[in-house]
Design a protein around this ligand. Structure first.
Ligand SMILES: [Zn+2]
Length: 178
């Protein structure tokens, strides 16, 4: 950050009184600009034994497969964000969302919330963000073409739990080496 979003004066970096880490602080209006992690919400859309994946049409990881997910907007709930992102990236309507995974990714300051969700109908297709959208049975998942470690781990856990006959919330941390 270079300029204050409140008054447009150049900001400085310092540790405010009572704080313990450097923040962007505006010397003109006194605003402290805290920067905090972003929440990414998404779905594992289910249709029978198959799940819906999208092939990314945009960077990063263009051409790789992922679950529909994206940054939460202000003033929406996490499950609204997950459904909205699924609709935007796949054209699919989802229902009955159940939280399945919560992954912290501290080195990029993100938190992922992925829900299991029922596809309302078998209706989806390519979108500006996804060059291809299709259902995959477990044996057809393109494991060597998955876009992000958090998606690969979520899918691994999903199929583990499904094989065990019971889905439970899975919580973890993704580090640089994942
Ligand atoms: Zn200011």
């Amino acid at each position: 950050m270079k300029y204050c979003s409140e008054c447009a004066a150049p900001v400085t970096t310092r540790i405010p009184a009572g704080d313990h880490r450097p923040r962007y602080v505006c010397p003109a209006c006194g605003t402290i600009h805290y920067q905090n992690p972003k929440v990414v919400a998404g779905c594992i859309p289910e249709w029978g034994d198959e799940i819906l994946l999208c092939k990314r049409a945009i960077e990063p990881r263009i051409g790789f497969w992922t679950l529909p997910a994206g940054f939460m907007e202000n003033e929406e709930t996490a499950d609204e964000a997950a459904s909205r992102e699924t609709l935007e990236e796949t054209g699919a309507q989802t229902a009955d969302l159940e939280l399945f995974s919560l992954y912290s990714i501290p080195h990029i300051s993100q938190v992922y919330l992925i829900y299991r969700a029922r596809l309302v109908e078998r209706n989806f297709g390519p979108t500006p963000e996804s060059e291809q959208v299709r259902l995959f049975a477990q044996q057809d998942i393109p494991w060597d073409r998955i876009a992000f470690p958090v998606v690969r781990l979520t899918l691994e856990k999903y199929f583990e739990h499904r094989a065990a006959g019971r889905f439970q919330l899975t919580v973890g941390t993704i580090d640089r080496r994942s």
